[in-house]
Design a binder for this molecule. Structure first.
Ligand SMILES: [Zn+2]
Length: 606
């Protein structure tokens, strides 16, 4: 459900470290405002060209997977990453030049755009980029071989994911969970060196460490941002505690004392390798009255809706709130159906090839409710992209990195039974007694995720700052998992292991806070849009379909891109400059009440 690289530019910087001077000037005189302008012009033309190349190569690479398209894609992506790294370093040279506010913001965004800053020393820079690709490779090739004598029986991440999702045999699940965590100990030493070198690069750019560089993207002092996240978590924690207590009770009924009556949940029994999404144990915890009263998947199949019909319906959602229809090229160039004649990357994504109007989605659509909702999500990216297309290219991105994913999900929250009635897919919306099942399945995905979404970067920030020393990598990890998720490993985990490395984003060096923010923001957006639409139903039953008022609010925010600090963008949509997790509590209020009844005889917390 994630969109792929858009214009902005998230990739790892490479060895390019020699900062050439702005605007081609080679003099050593102090740079001027005119130099800064010339530099920003160069940035604009360079990014426009390189990201067009990279997007085209990426599109072809994912639509026609061959050795050659992969190589072309890698080369174009690297060219863009090199330019990004060069510009980030060059932007620093204008730190003390007096420039207009717009130019200053562009320079700042360039400076904080990297997820990895390579040190100026070319040898160290090369060592660092090599380390990152090697860690990524180790993870990508990770396999667990229960019996080394039978290499054809080894399990990769997809196989292990399936075991965790569908097996109900505790021993088998535990073996698979432990098995996956055998891929990461070899990464531990590399990760330690990676931390040293990336911190060195970040310091050269003026940041305290790599974690501080990541937190600098959020228009706040890095420490204030950390506090802000904890504030948001404290708001939703009571709901999480209820969900945790209820799921523990039900899993105890299923698995016995492996799941204690009180204390933390065992990490392996939540249906997911990292216990970040509990949807796969829905059948074990479903309320007795869990039937939603209708099946959208059945309706889509019965109506024989084609993939194109489903996308048309998604587009109609956006035009109904006032957005212009998608361009002709969207329909000609998108991929909607899995091709029979070639390998493609089917993972749903939204693209903006030319950073203007060449919008596309790439999906292998099935006739399911899930895909119907995903279409609404992906189109959210496309409408965001088009809304900010007239800004300088550095501003063509979401207000912070949580906003892009949040928008797609916000619209998906409007895919309610009432909406399905309005568009003629359902005759009558089921009554409120059917809501608990739906809310439960949504909570297992979105509420269960929150502490995990928060703790990955809590761990990394402490690792980068040195608060968690290399000798304590694994203990620091499990301390945080206990503190936030209330989860404990099924067996003792020593420092010979490296459990954080068994999560993709750690070896891949992708920051994770965006997912936490997106999870919080989508409910805040949904509540504000529902209010603008005049919805008086319970929040989980509100759809903003056909509300021009909601569309106007939405567009006001989307069209700002990242040209202003995110509180400005938030205010344009919600009227508030503060993130607020209380919308999650509003949305899940009927579920929380129900959970409290279920757990009133039970311990809550761990
Ligand atoms: Zn997405």
């Amino acid at each position: 459900m994630k969109h792929s690289p858009l214009a902005a530019i998230i990739v790892v910087a490479s060895i390019a470290s020699a900062a050439s001077c702005a605007g081609g000037s080679t003099s050593t005189a102090a740079p001027t405002a005119a130099d800064a302008n010339a530099f920003l012009d160069t940035v604009d033309t360079t990014f426009t060209k390189l990201s067009l190349d990279a997007n085209r190569a990426g599109w072809v690479g994912q639509n026609f997977i061959t050795e050659d398209t992969e190589a072309l894609d890698a080369r174009m992506t690297q060219a863009l990453a090199d330019a990004q790294s060069r510009f980030a370093k060059e932007a620093v040279t204008f730190d003390h030049v007096d420039v207009p506010a717009d130019a200053r913001r562009q320079l700042n965004l360039l400076k904080v755009s990297l997820s990895l800053a390579t040190p100026a020393d070319p040898k160290e820079a090369e060592e660092l980029t090599t380390l990152v690709s090697s860690m990524r490779g180790v993870y990508g090739k990770g396999k667990w071989c229960a019996d080394p004598a039978k290499p054809d029986r080894c399990l990769n991440i997809d196989d292990i994911t399936k075991v965790l999702a569908s097996s109900r045999n505790e021993k088998e699940i535990r073996a698979a969970w432990e098995g996956w965590h055998t891929i990461s100990p070899p990464l531990r030493k590399d990760y330690q060196r990676f931390v040293e070198l990336s911190n060195k690069g970040a310091k050269e750019l003026g940041f305290a460490d790599t974690g501080a560089m990541w937190r600098a993207k959020y228009d706040m002092a890095p420490d204030a941002f950390t506090k802000e996240l904890d504030r948001l978590w404290d708001q939703v924690r009571p709901l999480y505690l209820q969900l945790h207590a209820y799921v523990r009770m039900r899993l105890h009924q299923k698995y016995g004392d492996v799941v204690p009556m009180k204390g933390p949940l065992p990490a392996h029994l939540l249906g997911n390798i990292w216990a970040q999404d509990w949807s796969n144990v829905y059948d074990l915890v479903a309320p007795a009255s869990s039937d939603a009263g209708f099946s959208l998947t059945d309706i889509i199949k019965r109506r024989k809706m084609s993939a194109l019909d489903m996308v048309r319906a998604g587009e109609r959602f956006y035009t109904s709130v006032g957005f212009e229809a998608l361009p002709r090229t969207f329909w000609e160039r998108s991929l909607f159906v899995r091709p029979m004649d070639r390998e493609v990357v089917c993972h749903a994504s939204a693209w903006d090839i030319d950073n203007l109007t060449d919008l596309r989605i790439k999906m292998c659509i099935d006739q399911t409710a899930e895909d119907f909702s995903t279409i609404h999500h992906e189109l959210g990216h496309n409408f965001y992209q088009r809304a900010y297309k007239d800004l300088p290219i550095v501003f063509r991105d979401s207000a912070n990195d949580g906003f892009h994913e949040a928008i797609g999900d916000t619209i998906a929250l409007s895919v309610t039974p009432e909406y399905l009635v309005k568009i003629g897919l359902l005759d009558k919306a089921p009554d409120a007694s059917r809501d608990i099942g739906l809310l439960m399945s949504r909570a297992l995905e979105k509420v269960a995720f929150l502490p995990f979404g928060l703790l990955i970067d809590q761990w990394r920030w402490q690792v980068f700052s040195g608060a968690i020393a290399p000798a304590d990598y694994n203990r620091g990890w499990w301390d945080l998992r206990l503190k936030y998720q209330g989860i404990a490993p099924p067996t003792a985990r020593g420092e010979a292991l490296f459990d954080p490395g068994a999560k993709y984003h750690v070896p891949d060096n992708t920051s994770y806070t965006r997912y936490f923010l997106a999870d919080i923001l989508q409910f805040q957006f949904h509540r504000a849009l529902a209010k603008a639409a005049g919805c008086t139903a319970p929040l989980h039953r509100c759809s903003v379909y056909e509300s021009k008022e909601a569309g106007t609010r939405l567009n006001a925010m989307l069209s700002m891109g990242v040209s202003k600090p995110w509180p400005d963008a938030l205010q344009a949509l919600t009227g508030s400059r503060e993130m607020d997790a209380s919308a999650i509590l509003d949305y899940f209020a009927p579920l929380q009440k129900w959970l409290e009844e279920q757990t009133k005889e039970q311990p809550v917390g761990w």
